[in-house]
Design a binder for this molecule. Structure first.
Ligand code: UDP
Ligand code: MG
Length: 236
């Protein structure tokens, strides 16, 4: 299997069908073998019903359903563990990421282990754009990092890079840093971004700011205390 597309879904009933048609078209054009793994993070709308129906008529679609809503990092984790493709691509279910950008990520995959999308023209409410800019700035300062847009879900990973990864809640925002800590080569490429047409965002400043700051301190600590040694010689 060449590609696994991992997509967390939480109450995205109106987005699934249009996403599948756009994504399917793009993936078929690529001419590589693929699977699409939807991780339904305990949706309370019709998302799971729609996913089940889609999977029954298309063998490339796999669905993992959580009993309860456990957050985007947990959804990514379940998807990563299930993925069979050599390359794992993550994206949002809400059509804000454009499947047409996938080839741009793949182009860089030979040279890099992880390729992250950077939404250079973000199409979100201004408050979200500003708060996210500030968050990225603080994140980079405190964790001595230089990632421009860590929050973009559209990313591609060599699957091996994910195998040793131990994730904790909220860590999906720090995946590029965690990958670099493991010694993998990470880059960013510009991707397009679209306004959310259906459904609602799951994040606001209130539910992000405190938790993601605590998460940042954890990542800063991990980075500072990361084991980094080179063996010069071994006898016996
Ligand atoms: N999501 C999820 N579990 C959650 C919150 C979000 O699976 O607890 C999914 C959501 O359905 C979407 C993606 O994660 O596919 C990003 O969420 P959202 O679009 O709300 O974030 P934003 O783009 O507003 O930052
Ligand atoms: Mg979104």
């Amino acid at each position: 299997m060449d590609l696994s597309i991992v997509i967390p879904v939480y109450n995205e009933e109106d987005n699934i069908v249009p996403l599948l048609s756009e994504l399917g078209m793009e993936l078929d054009r690529l001419g590589r073998s693929y699977e699409i793994i939807f991780v339904d993070d305990g949706s309370r709308d019709r998302s799971f019903e729609i996913l089940k129906k889609a999977a029954s008529s298309n063998e490339k679609i796999r669905v993992i359903r959580f009993k309860q809503n456990r957050g985007q990092t947990a959804a990514f984790d379940a998807g990563f563990k299930a993925a069979l493709g050599d390359i794992v691509i993550t994206m949002d279910a809400d059509l804000q990421n454009d499947p047409k950008d996938i080839p741009r990520l793949l182009e860089k995959m030979g040279e890099f282990d992880v390729v992250c999308g950077w939404r250079h023209k973000r199409r979100d409410p201004w408050i979200k754009i500003v708060s996210s800019k500030i968050a990225n700035f603080v994140r980079n300062k405190l964790s001595q990092e230089d990632i421009i847009d860590t929050g973009c879900s559209l990313k591609a990973y060599r699957r091996e890079c994910l195998e040793r990864l131990k994730l904790f809640k909220g860590m999906h925002r720090f995946l590029p840093t965690l990958m670099k800590m493991d010694g993998y080569k990470v880059t960013e490429v510009t991707v397009s971004h679209r306004p959310r047409r259906f459904g609602k965002t799951k994040y606001n400043i209130r539910n992000r700011i405190v938790r993601s700051f605590i998460d940042l301190l954890a990542v800063r600590w991990m980075k500072g205390r990361h084991l980094d040694y080179e063996i010069e010689e071994v006898i016996r």
